[in-house]
Write a protein that binds this ligand. Structure first.
Ligand SMILES: Nc1nc2c(ncn2[C@@H]2O[C@H](COP(=O)(O)OP(=O)(O)O)[C@@H](O)[C@H]2O)c(=O)[nH]1
Ligand SMILES: [Mg+2]
Length: 328
């Protein structure tokens, strides 16, 4: 090491040693390189500094690449269903996710406050449903990953503001999704054969229905929809009709909850088995244990559509809330 290096060099070298990110390291190394006097004796050191810089840069590139992949976002599924909120700015998507779930996305009275997706878990009775807050769709830029996220979801929650032209907002969102070949399930037959469509159940949420005086606007909006769109009007601010929204989303997910019990014991209500609507006793058996599907001889069911303890076979169709005793 040449003896005639100025103190600034050693300060930069310290910063390099303590750098917490590749970017900080690169900055410090570049400073060291600039400070280094130019003569034959320093050639080797300079080459070494350049090597370290390029190493850090490739590390940074690699990070950026995975970072980009991360931001193309696949939000891990949690709970019994994944629901994506979509809509123009300012309708209250973030406010709804904040009010309905444990998540805390930013709510703001300026239009583009949300730029990433935030998942949160919403309780419905004894299960949890995942809601995802997203950036607004709009005429300008829309995040490309948003469409993929919508495609992978179980339900699209189209959020509009009942106080500011909800019909136009709905049309805007529906046509945005249509451009990306995402359409309501009810149109599956209409577009069938046209290739590569994703059909999903849509639920329209008319937000900002804060008080009774707004009911008239909601009814006008409802009549314009002509039963084509399931509509729930809520208020993120007051929590109005949240129970209706939750029930609607649960019904739209088309799932049932089944509880098991051991013979002679009470039912286990702590964690329901969640199955698709229309599932049979044998579907439950294989969910409880992989061996049970083969071993199942018969079952007893308690519920709304059977008499208490009714004996059924493996092809018996289960209902939400059933209590089941499997006999092997
Ligand atoms: N009166 C009223 N205002 C709301 C309601 N929900 C959201 N807001 C307001 O509307 C603005 C936009 O909300 P935000 O959740 O950020 O909208 P986003 O852009 O769709 O995510 C904020 O000022 C909120 O306080 C509601 O139910 N009633
Ligand atoms: Mg938002």
């Amino acid at each position: 090491m040449p003896a005639n290096l100025p103190p600034a060099y050693f300060e930069a070298e310290n910063r390099y040693r303590e750098a917490k990110t590749p970017a900080e390291g690169i900055t410090a190394l570049e400073e060291m390189l600039a400070i280094m006097p130019k003569h034959k004796g320093t050639d080797k050191i300079k080459a070494d500094l350049r090597r370290r810089i390029s190493k850090l840069k490739s590390k940074q590139e690699g990070k950026k690449k995975t970072g980009r992949r991360d931001s193309s976002y696949k939000i891990e599924r949690e709970g019994v269903g994944q629901i994506v909120l979509i809509g123009p700015p300012n309708v209250g998507k973030s406010a709804l996710v904040a009010a309905l779930t444990n998540a805390d996305p930013q709510v703001a009275d300026f239009p583009h406050s949300t730029w990433k997706a935030t998942p949160g878990m919403m309780y419905f009775e004894d299960i949890q449903i995942q809601l995802i807050d997203t950036p607004p769709i709009g005429k300008e830029y829309t995040e490309p990953w948003l469409v993929d996220m919508a495609r992978r979801s179980d339900i699209i929650l189209v959020v509009v503001d009942v106080q500011t032209d909800p019909l136009q907002q709905l049309e805007e969102t529906a046509s945005f999704l249509k451009e990306h070949r995402i359409a309501p399930l009810r149109l599956a037959r209409v577009y069938e054969g046209e290739g590569s469509w994703t059909f999903l159940p849509f639920v329209v949420v008319a937000n900002k229905n804060d008080e009774y005086s707004m009911e008239e606007d909601v009814e006008i909006f409802r009549s314009l929809l002509e039963d084509d769109w399931p509509l729930v009007s809520v208020s993120a601010k007051t929590g109005r009709n949240f129970d209706v929204l939750k029930q609607t989303l649960f019904n739209t997910l088309e799932i049932i909850r089944v509880y098991t019990k051991a013979p002679g014991k009470g039912p286990d209500f702590s964690a329901p088995f969640v199955l698709k609507r229309g599932s049979k006793m044998e579907d439950l058996a294989s969910k409880v244990h992989k061996d049970f599907l083969e071993k199942l001889k018969y079952a007893r069911v308690w519920g709304k559509h059977v008499y208490d303890g009714q004996m059924v076979q493996r092809d018996h169709v289960l209902q939400d809330g059933d209590v089941v005793e499997l006999h092997l």
